[in-house]
Design a protein around this ligand. Structure first.
Ligand code: DGL
Length: 300
């Protein structure tokens, strides 16, 4: 149990200079959060960023609740230990299972993500929309409440994206096998009359080109990464934590619990970021790889 510093409690707040210069942590089970990092860099170009991928343990989307909470808390603790001023949990699955535990534990503001059900309901004319997300996200209580609250008059064709996170983790975003997998998931949505597709996992925006090839302009794709960046902006402003305007931040710091090679490759290919990746060392009892501590610089 941790306490929240006073500086995070006032609203709106004056800028707190030392804290404002600190980095924002962005965390995902793997590489998908890069889609959020991309949006944050566009919306908040003055912010220093620390990106952490738990790729050694991805995907989370078919794990049990206890596993996801344990991993997320371990990663959250490490990210706080790096002097971050706020955390974006750039993972729908981790948000669905553990955002409350994270907020309880961490002494910094935590921004979560959720599938874009609300924008889908606002845009769909047929009132039928597809949702691609992980199995865990789709069966979560948060997802059920989201639909009930914002889209009770819509019909959602919910499809777990089995195999998609794994493909993106190995930097496959456009192979024939991946296209066949996507077709199998999306064709039934089109047949059901969907005009909108919610990308309910932060990995999936990187499949944009492959999905477009299948659906053309028959589906509006809902990607919430810019909305997440705007939410982060509001939270930083509320707590007086926005970086001083006009300061040029260092390049994002990229970290991974795996060897980092694919993180480096995808950041380069999709974000034009050619950066080394630091490898986090797993710790814990023999056989347990759930904790993280420290890091060793690695030119992946
Ligand atoms: N990017 C994560 C999400 O948004 C992927 C989850 C997973 O690791 O399965 O849900």
């Amino acid at each position: 149990m941790t306490t929240t510093p006073t500086s995070f409690e006032s609203s709106p707040a004056d800028t707190v200079p030392d804290l404002a210069a600190a980095p924002v942590g962005i965390f995902d089970s793997g590489l998908g959060g890069l889609s959020v990092l991309r949006a944050v860099r566009t919306v908040l170009p003055g912010e220093s960023l620390l990106y952490v991928a738990d790729s050694r343990h991805a995907p989370y989307g078919e794990r049990d609740h206890a596993y996801i909470v344990e991993r997320t808390l371990a990663m959250g603790d490490w990210i706080v230990s790096q002097g971050t001023k706020a955390l974006v949990v750039a993972c729908n699955t981790a948000t669905a299972e553990s955002i409350a535990a994270l907020r309880e534990r961490l002494p910094i503001p935590v921004v979560g993500v959720e599938p874009g059900i609300k924008p889908a309901a606002a845009q769909s004319k047929t009132r039928v929309a597809g949702v691609l997300a992980t199995h865990v996200t789709l069966k979560s209580e948060r997802f059920r409440q989201l639909v009930e609250r914002h889209a009770a008059d819509c019909r959602f064709i919910c499809q777990p994206g089995h195999g998609l996170v794994e493909a993106i983790e190995r930097c496959d975003i456009d192979s024939p096998a991946l296209s066949r997998l996507l077709e199998g998931y999306i064709e039934p949505m089109l047949e059901a009359g969907a005009d909108t597709l919610v990308l309910g996992c932060t990995h999936y925006p990187f499949l944009d080109t492959a999905i477009r090839r299948i659906v053309g302009d028959r589906l509006t794709l809902i990607d919430t990464s810019v909305a997440i960046a705007r939410q982060l902006e509001r939270i930083l402003d509320t707590h007086g934590l926005r970086a001083v305007q006009g300061t040029a931040p260092a390049a994002p710091r990229l970290c991974s619990t795996s060897d980092g090679a694919h993180l480096r490759q995808l950041a380069q290919a999709l974000l034009s970021l050619d950066l080394p990746v630091e490898q986090l060392q797993p710790v814990g009892a023999p056989g347990s790889e759930r904790g993280v501590a420290g890091h060793a610089p690695k030119a992946a």
